[in-house]
Design a binder for this molecule. Structure first.
Ligand SMILES: [Zn+2]
Ligand SMILES: [Zn+2]
Length: 381
């Protein structure tokens, strides 16, 4: 019964997203703003207050929105202020954009398109940007795509971001929006001004990655896999046939391909002791450990500890490392950066620069998937 209800809800939210091609993004989601300044950049905007009053905003008229006794106070230059419960600012030309800056924040003002909704909630202001899906996608790729600049690479990232957005479209359903603007969903710092990036989103409009059952995949990616991607069950205890380990010959010489970290023998010994190590030996070579291809556990004698535990505890770039003892220290020599599951961003950038298409790149990193329009996705829980 619960499964059926979830399935029904998912279909509804995905369909409504396709129909409107808009997404509701909560901006400043983890910053608890108490006031902000709204400025029209392009087009014509109108403010509609909760009591029904409507006011036009000109380009040179910044509007201050602030929290006031559990309600909103809104003030435009040279006019008296308004007190209301909620506010909707809508673009009227279809090509409208605005900037919004949180008061007292050091963040540069950010650029958005579409509409803006605002209401107070538990001591903070909620700002929801109602935005065209493809503009949102290019903004996400700008925030999360990494340093490469190549159309096929950007297309790959756009498809990954779109798949992720639709897969988790109902994550914030009870909060009156679809996604938030930080890494809880996907980072989004407003519109992208990069034309190549905007082109990538538009040219792949609506395309998502589906598994053999036509379900949206978990489009995981990391910065550099170290030459071998990780299987999802080894990292998240969640087995997905399309998130299977593949050997990656492309990322070996990229920026995040290798790392190294040293510990004194005492530091290393104390760490292992805390983790439950009880053996006694004066020979440091007992700690040596070789990882030619990805393993899941570190072993020293009969002591075993999951590599992902060590990665978290010692704040390491990856779990793909070997341990060498030398003199009085322990050296960890590692490969890659990130969890290693799914697409490898630096490998994908090299593939794109070698002339591979986004289809080939996606099919290389995700096993047995296919690309299709979002309307063909089956929303199974
Ligand atoms: Zn979120
Ligand atoms: Zn890689």
């Amino acid at each position: 019964m619960i499964r059926f209800k979830t399935l029904f809800l998912l279909i509804l939210t995905v369909l409504s997203a396709v129909g409107s091609a808009q997404v509701k993004v909560r901006i400043f989601a983890n910053q608890s703003p108490e006031s902000a300044i709204f400025t029209v950049i392009e087009g014509i905007y109108e403010m509609k207050f909760s009591d029904g009053q409507i006011l036009r905003i000109a380009k040179d008229e910044p509007v201050i929105i602030m929290k006031y006794n559990g309600r909103l106070a809104v003030k435009k230059r040279n006019t008296y202020g308004f007190i209301c419960d909620s506010l909707l600012i809508t673009g009227k030309t279809g090509n409208d954009s605005f900037s919004i800056r949180m008061n007292g924040s050091f963040h540069a003002k950010q650029l958005y398109s579409g509409d803006l909704q605002c209401f107070p909630d538990l001591g903070t202001l909620v700002f929801i940007n109602i935005c065209d899906v493809e503009k949102y996608i290019s903004g996400v790729v700008m925030a999360e795509g990494g340093a490469g600049r190549n159309l096929e690479y950007f297309k790959t990232q756009a498809i990954i971001a779109r798949t992720y957005m639709y897969k988790y479209f109902d994550k914030h359903n009870s909060d009156k929006y679809n996604v938030c603007d930080n890494t809880h969903c996907q980072a989004f710092n407003g519109l992208s001004s990069d034309t190549l990036l905007n082109e990538a989103a538009l040219e792949t409009r609506g395309i998502v990655i589906l598994d053999k059952d036509s379900t949206l995949i978990i489009s995981a990616f990391s910065s550099n896999c170290g030459g071998e991607t990780a299987s999802s069950e080894d990292v998240w205890l969640l087995k997905e046939p399309y998130l299977k380990s593949v050997a990656d010959p492309y990322c070996h010489f990229s920026k995040n391909a290798a790392w190294q970290k040293s510990f004194s023998s005492t530091e290393w010994f104390n760490y292992l002791k805390k983790a439950g190590y009880t053996e006694v030996s004066k020979d440091l070579s007992v700690f040596n450990f070789l990882q030619k291809s990805r393993l899941t556990d570190y072993k020293s004698g009969s002591f075993i500890i999951p590599l992902r535990t060590i990665r978290t505890d010692l704040d390491l770039r990856s779990t793909f490392f070997s341990v060498y003892s030398t003199g009085d220290s322990i050296i960890l020599k590692g490969r890659g950066y990130g969890h290693g599951v799914g697409l490898c961003q630096e490998g994908a950038m090299i593939m794109a620069s070698k002339g591979f298409t986004y289809r080939e790149i996606i099919n290389f990193y995700y096993t047995g998937v296919f690309l299709s329009d979002i309307k063909n996705a089956v929303a199974l829980p």
